[in-house]
Each structure stands twice: as C-alpha cells, then as structure tokens.
Write a protein that binds this ligand. Structure first.
Ligand code: GUN
Length: 294
C-alpha cells in the first residue's frame, strides 16, 4: 500500500484564503484583528518562529506586534507588559513564545494572559476547559492535527488513537481532543516499554516525541493514519520528522510529510484563533452597547 499524503501546506493555503475574508470583514468595521507576540531571550529557533508568525499575520491582514525582552528582564516586567496588552483594545490575541529562559516561571506568565486573548490555549483555565470539553480556543498544533484528520475524512469515534509524547503543547492536548471525539486513547512517551506494541495497535498514531525517525514501519498497523508532529534536523542539515516517512508510507493508509504536514497548520490555527478572538470581542462589545442603550 502507498499511503495517501495529508498535505498540510495545501490545507493551510485553503484555510488562510477563507479566514482572510473574515479578517477583512472585521477591518472594515474598524476591528482589525491584532496579535501580540512576547519573546524573552535569544533562542534562535524561537526568533525564527516569531518572525514567521508576524509575516503570516501580515499576509492575512492581522496587525501584529513583537514584544521582545532580553533574558535579564525580570518576570515582573514581562507580566506588566502582558497586563498592558490585556487592556489594549487593539490586541485580541497574546502569545508568549516558549520555551522561556529557565529562571522564568512559565506557568505564572501564561496565567497572566487574559483568558479571552489566550490564542495559544495555554492559560490554566483554558487547559481546564479543554479537559472538560468546553474550551473556546484550542492550542494551535493539536488543533491543526484535528483539522487535518477532519479534512481527510479520518474516522475518530470508536478508533484507537495512540499519542507518542506528553508535552503540554502537543501530546496532552491532542490526546484530550481525540478522547473528546470518541477515540480510545493511549498516551506513550519515547521511553514507554514496548512502544512498538502500543503503536502497532493504533488506528491513528500521532507522534510528537522530538526523536528523529523514532517510528519505523514495523511499529505501524497496515492502513493506519500516521500524523508526524516532529521536526528534527539531521547532522547533514536535512529536516525529518519523528516517523521514518519513506518506510512508513509503504504501510500506512494516510501519512503527514515533514516538512509540509502539520507544520504549516500550526501558524494557520494561530491566525484563526486570533481572528476568532477578535470576532468574539466585537460580539461582546456590540452586546454591551445594546444593553447600555436599553
Ligand atoms: N513553542 C513551540 N511551539 C509553540 C507554540 O505552539 N506556542 C508557543 N507559544 N510557543 C511554542
């Protein structure tokens, strides 16, 4: 069997065309969506991600601001800026680029973001809402994974999903989303004894372990859907995922490539969340004007 490739670049393009119209509609009524990205320190990968996010905002008609702090800035200074952004009506989404330098308490900083502006979905209350199945804004990468499964008509209810990776950014939230959609979910890590045995039982295998080519063809059930969230750079400079794509594509039913799979969907979902947060802010403002004129 040769797997059907799940093309994240094509889906991202399609979605951005649709969402650009929503951003334009908001701009026409004086509510241009706005995103603030907070970055602390000099992590070169983070700097690239942040620049890519700003460029993507520009292309779709979202106002974006980068708030960069040196590593020596104190946590209080960062939290004060988040407070200001919480009160700024031109900003509808706030994102703190992770990882933060070691001496910062990420939890406290993420908790400082106003819930309705938390376009990453990392605020503890939004995480709680995700557990309860009532989250307003979903974390971007797992949300992108779910959109890809939907686009390619992958059945979820009653299927066995295995997630490899337990990060707060991908593994845990994607497991909750799959559970919410009726899958039976197993969460593994790269160190799970008999990882192959678990992975072989997956109808849907989502891999976000950060280990190049961790998943080989012998670990995959024939016809399974394999979603690779990993991005690893090999010593020769090539980018590869956590799945051995060339081997596994011969056995899977559907598979995401790296690059061009989940990656382009992450920023797309951030754009969607920001536009959605702006639409909600507009609806809330309209409702409060109507109430005050009653
Ligand atoms: N670092 C790696 N992925 C992410 C993400 O989705 N959001 C944020 N804020 N930081 C990240």
């Amino acid at each position: 069997m040769n797997a059907r490739i799940m093309d994240g670049s094509a889906l991202a393009r399609e979605m951005r065309t649709e969402w650009r119209l929503r951003a334009e509609r908001l701009s026409r009524i004086g509510m241009r969506p706005g995103l603030a990205v907070v970055i602390v320190g000099e992590n070169p990968a983070s700097a690239i991600y942040v620049r890519n996010k700003a460029r993507a905002c520009d292309e779709i008609g979202i106002h974006s601001e980068i708030h960069a702090f040196p590593e020596r800035a104190g946590q209080d200074e960062v939290v004060r800026r988040i407070d200001e952004l919480n009160r700024n009506p031109a900003i509808h989404g706030i994102l703190v680029q992770l990882p933060l330098p070691r001496h910062y308490a990420s939890d406290a900083i993420l908790a400082a973001i106003a819930m309705e502006k938390d376009v990453d979905g990392f605020h503890p209350c939004n995480v709680g809402a995700l557990v309860l199945g009532s989250a307003a804004l979903w974390p971007c990468t797992p949300h992108g994974v779910m959109r890809m499964l939907e686009k390619y008509g992958i059945p979820i209810e009653g299927r066995h999903a295995v997630v490899v990776g337990r990060s707060n950014i991908v593994g845990k939230p994607v497991a909750l989303m799959l559970l919410q959609r009726g899958a039976t979910v197993t969460i593994c890590t790269s160190k799970t004894p008999d990882l192959a045995g678990h992975a072989q039982r997956a109808d849907i295998l989502v891999v976000a372990a950060g280990r190049a080519r961790l998943i080989t063809a012998d670990m995959v059930k024939a016809g399974a859907t394999v979603v690779d969230v990993g991005i690893n750079r090999l010593p020769d400079g090539r980018l590869v995922g956590d799945v051995d794509f060339e081997e596994v594509r011969e056995k899977a039913g559907h598979i995401t490539p790296v690059p061009g799979g989940v990656g382009p969907m992450t920023i797309t979902m951030l754009l969607c969340n920001t536009i959605e947060a702006a639409e909600r802010a507009h609806a809330a403002r309209t409702a409060s004007v109507q109430r005050s004129s009653c």
